[in-house]
Structures are given as structure tokens and as C-alpha cells.
Design a binder for this molecule. Structure first.
Ligand code: ZN
Length: 135
């Protein structure tokens, strides 16, 4: 199977601290890692839920893409990430199948994973991320 699991669901939140409290209570678990991603002007809290996790993403600056997302659409699901076996093979397959790729080539994401995004225009309005665990 080329798609292994839902790696995470990312939720855009206005205030990371407030959202962390709410979602920790919701799922009965604690955020394990809080990561600052300065080049995206976002702070991310990783909240494990079984084999997957919620990624709470709050803007650290009004110019961040998350801030603009919230401005346009309000808080809510920002993207869904699938863990795949071979990200390059999946990108080639999806491109051939007519999906609009944001990243033609995978790039380095958090935890040293290779990641790439698929445009929401071809995925039912949902931004999709693919992620491959590096060996
Ligand atoms: Zn993600």
C-alpha cells in the first residue's frame, strides 16, 4: 500500500495556547512538541491521537500564511497529511492523474520528513500534504 495512514490533520488556530487547552481536553492527551517554524511565521503544537496526530498551527505574525488563511476562512482544518512509502512515485502518479501539485519536488519538512503539497483545487477544497519518513 502506497498510502500508509493519515499522518496528521493540521488545524489553523488564532491562538495556540487557547487551542492547545481545548484540544488537549477534547482528546485527553497532551501536546508533545511545540515547534517554531520561523520561515512560515507559525508555531505548531503536535498532539498525538493514536497513530495520527493533530497539528495545531497558530500564526506568530499577521503576514504568515496561516494568519491569511484564518482571515479568509476562519479557524478550521488547514490540511490533511498522508504518510506515503515513496513520495516521488506518488507525486509522479498524481501529476499524471491530473492533480495540481504545489510542490513538484518534495522538500524537507519537520522531523526530517520529505513533504509535498497538492493544490486544494483538485482535492475537494482540502489542501493535501504527502509525507515520507526518511530512513
Ligand atoms: Zn502538515
Amino acid at each position: 500500500m502506497a498510502f500508509l495512514k493519515i499522518s496528521h490533520i493540521a488545524i489553523a488556530v488564532e491562538d495556540l495556547e487557547t487551542a492547545t487547552k481545548a484540544f488537549e481536553t477534547l482528546v485527553g492527551n497532551k501536546v508533545q512538541v511545540v515547534e517554531d517554524v520561523p520561515d512560515q511565521k507559525v508555531k505548531v503544537g503536535m498532539l498525538p491521537v493514536g497513530e495520527s496526530r493533530l497539528e495545531l498551527a497558530g500564526p506568530t505574525d499577521s503576514s504568515s500564511t496561516i494568519a491569511r488563511f484564518i482571515e479568509k476562512r476562519g479557524e478550521g482544518i488547514h490540511h490533511i497529511c498522508f504518510e506515503v512509502v515513496n513520495i516521488r512515485a506518488e507525486l509522479a502518479r498524481l501529476k499524471a492523474a491530473g492533480f495540481k501539485l504545489i510542490d513538484e519536488q518534495p522538500r524537507l519538512g519537520a522531523d526530517g520528513h520529505l513533504i509535498a503539497f497538492i493544490h486544494p483545487r483538485t482535492t475537494g477544497g482540502v489542501l493535501v500534504e504527502l509525507s515520507e519518513k526518511q530512513k
